[in-house]
Design a protein around this ligand. Structure first.
Ligand code: FAD
Length: 377
């Protein structure tokens, strides 16, 4: 099996949080390295290792995933004389679900509406909602406390894969249908945006695990998935699979979306909403709520909570053209640096990187890539 969809928010990549987990990973890799070193490797060894060392770290970042056990919210309600459409709570899958979730939100809000539209928030949900509103022919103003690059969306690693955003036992069949519809649209929308302008590309992902699970309804989002023989890869791990998916360089993507909003005549105003009564003062009668984690305090949703993620970013290595997820953490190569993750820390509100955690992330990846069983030809 490759990576089942989550019943717990823990497995975009096997995330390293505590020293115990990390040490466990080290122990595993160490044994696996010894076991695998003696096996022959096919000479078609073309993967370049990532050069991992503390002095190659160019920045460390942390962000708070807006997580809801009951899943993300797309719902319309009346607010005074306005229609308010919520679109928040996407946990560790907000980039992945953005276009699809925002499409569902606009389908709830736009039919029958006349006049200008307001969008709250300028993360990936706010920006994709604003673009879809414009594509439907409406003028839009984004109202937001913070703009890119100061959003959680800018922190995201950018793998298109729907992980870490709900608890299996907490969601309804209706919600699962909503999730499937969002995923379907996002999957198709990101594909037609592949290219340098939006910073989106396909990469093969090597992932620790037993291989594809044909019973997984979301398996189609892992095309070309198969289990690998140890002679087919250089990683010092026992069980490895591969699949293809898209990766988003989030900074570039959000910058481009912001430009698109402006180019299409949209306005962006910096404004914080403290209570729903503040929203009542907006001139627009249709308002989309893309405030992410901020929706909890603003609308009294006690079901949303932060899950902190920390990343170490290494010097770019353009020759690295694959991604990895496994016991060591995850590695996504991007033009703005090689992203190493990560942590999954529940109810942690401090969005600053912790030096000890960053050191552990770097150390686990250093170990992984030092164990590479070949050098590229
Ligand atoms: C380390 C890390 C790695 C991740 N990796 C991935 C990944 O690989 N793939 C993936 O799909 N997802 C990933 N995610 C998850 C993803 O980043 C989030 O799900 C997504 O960014 C949520 O987007 P958003 O627009 O809802 O929220 P945000 O990006 O937080 O945007 C919210 C916006 O609302 C504004 N706002 C908030 N409150 C108010 C208020 N009261 N008044 C006015 N404005 C307000 C904010 O200023 C901001 O502009 C990752 C997250 C982290 C932290």
């Amino acid at each position: 099996m490759i990576r089942r969809l989550p019943t717990e928010p823990i497995d975009r990549r096997r995330l390293i949080v505590g020293a115990g987990a990390t040490l466990g990973g080290f122990a595993l890799q160490s044994c696996a390295t010894t076991r695998l070193a003696s096996r022959a490797l096919d000479p078609g060894c073309t993967l370049h290792p990532v050069y991992v060392a503390p002095d190659r770290v160019i920045r460390a970042v942390a962000g708070l995933r807006p997580y809801r056990e009951a899943g993300f919210v797309v719902r319309a309600e009346a607010l005074g004389g306005k229609r308010l459409v919520h679109n928040y709570g996407h946990g560790g899958a907000g980039i992945t679900l953005s276009w699809g979730s925002s499409m569902l939100a606009t389908r709830l809000g736009l039919p029958g509406h006349q006049g200008a539209v307001a969008v709250m928030g300028a993360g990936v949900m706010g920006l994709t909602t604003a673009r879809l509103v414009q594509e439907a022919g409406f003028s839009v103003t984004i109202y937001t406390k913070a703009l890119p690059p100061d959003t959680t969306s800018n922190i995201a690693g950018g793998q298109i894969s729907p992980f870490g955003h709900y608890r299996d036992s907490m969601v309804t069949p209706e919600w699962r249908a909503q999730f499937a519809a969002a995923m379907d649209y996002s999957w198709r929308r990101f594909q037609i945006m592949v290219g340098e302008d939006y910073g989106i590309r396909w990469l093969t992902t090597y992932t620790e695990g037993d291989g594809p699970d044909p019973s997984d309804p979301f398996q189609r989002y892992h095309p070309a998935a198969r289990r690998l023989d140890s002679a087919e890869h250089p990683f010092p791990v026992d069980n490895l699979s591969r699949f293809d998916t898209m990766y988003v360089e989030t900074g570039r993507f959000l910058r481009q979306l912001t430009r698109d909003v402006h180019l299409a005549g949209g306005a962006i105003r910096v404004r914080e909403f403290a209570t729903p009564a503040d929203i009542a003062t907006l001139p627009e009668t249709l308002v989309f709520n893309g405030t992410g984690l901020g929706a909890g305090a603003l609308f009294g949703d006690a079901g949303i909570r932060p899950i902190r993620g920390q990343l170490a970013i290494l010097l770019p290595q353009p020759e690295v053209d694959y991604a990895f997820t496994g016991e060591a953490g995850y590695m996504f190569p991007r033009a703005d640096g090689v992203v190493l993750g990560g942590t999954f820390e529940r109810d942690e509100w401090d969005a600053t990187p912790q030096p000890e955690d960053i050191s552990r992330i770097v150390a686990s990846h250093r170990r992984l890539f030092q164990g590479f069983r070949c050098t590229p030809t």
